[in-house]
Design a protein around this ligand. Sequence first.
Ligand code: SF4
Length: 474
Amino acid sequence: MATFQGDLPDLTQPDLAQTKPPKGNGLASVYIETYGCQMNVYDSQAINGLLEDAGFDIVQHDLEADVILLNTCSVRDLAEHKIFSRVGDLRHRRTKTELPQPVIGVCGCMAERMGKDLRKGQRRVDLVVGVDNYDTLPDLLGKLTAKTISPHAHDERTVTGHRSDAHYVAPPSLYPVNNSHLVTIHKGCDYKCTYCIVPYTRGPQSEKSPEAIVAEIAGIVAGGGTEVTLLGQNVTAYNWQQDMDFAKLIEEVAEIDGLERIRFLTGHPTDMHPHLMDTIGRLDKVCPWLHVPVQSGSDRVLRRMKRLYNSTGYLEMVEYAHKVIPDVTFSTDFIVGFPGETEADFQDTLEMARKVKYDQAFCFKYSERPGVPAAKLDDDVPDEEKKRRLAELLAVQEETWNAAATACVGQVWTGVVEGPARHQDQRDKGPSWRLRTANNRKIIVHGGDFEVGAEFTARINGYKNTSFLGEIQD
Ligand code: SF4
């Protein structure tokens, strides 16, 4: 199971300094660390499956590994800087032990964006493998750990480039995340939003066949899974051979016996056609939660971002969704401080947040990405001003959420147990558990023993941050 940054062992604990050396059984031990979006979570699982099938040993801690793979993100500058310092940290941690230096490899979007440049300088890595070339990993790692590739073989150690045929399938047994199995339905993106690096790192849109998707989900259900999240940069743009669009695909997926819930991530406003929303509203298995990034409320900024819709069209989409999808909730992404964004533009963004009343809004300061069209624009909004706008937007979002959440107190909802709550802060009431409703709201309940995947009704007694507090109803 790939490990996230937060789960890292603390080296100051003496026992770790004596961690057992990597197994000498001829096949290397590999530690995978995942950064960024759900696509990377899925890809790390696929890498995990590929390497295990090839006989490699997947381990949970970097100090136990012969090979460390960092599956990276390039969506913002900060994400890449984190990786450079992480490489330094990993090498430094080894110097505090008797263990040999590991082979460090970079995968994911940064590998695709930077390629051989990651093999230069102080923080150079041993291997660079891009998003469409993970099937080369078993052979490459075998050679690297057997030291049959020269340290100077940059070409051999850097495998990047997009391949439309490269669709990886993550073995279903290894997870699910929040009780929901991720299933990628396509990769890449054909939109050209001017601030976005994804079309350059993930390549053009390329679909998995409906047969492959249905077979993958049938395998998950056969293994006991009941919920899937269909995943892609823009799942709503799915259109297999210009014949099967996303509405038809979810209709086909909803036919799978034993599958109870279908979620999807991420939608694009331009693809949220009325017939798709009608289909979502009609199919009980499709969860009424739409994550549709709006990015800005200003038509002028949306044009400069090449988002291909305007604020009126977006609001009409939201209004139509409320008409045809019962209990529908929305979440979104916002960027503040895009080049040329005026105070008036920003006020339009605040207005959008107030009008739509998002359950959740992921808000970011504009971060210039090398090589994207927006990089030619003057990044003229000062960082202090970006910070001020971000803080104000978050405040408006919180205010809007508090009002919406308060109005929900007293209601009774059905939710599915996802697992123990992150915060066990009411031990006097027994263990805390997290339930999730079909429209993607979290309910924290206390006491009792709950089985993951079981369904319960709960009365809403209050809320804390983005979670509701509930009491199980008999
Ligand atoms: S739709 Fe735009 S923002 Fe989203 S991945 Fe594609 S190019 Fe990037």
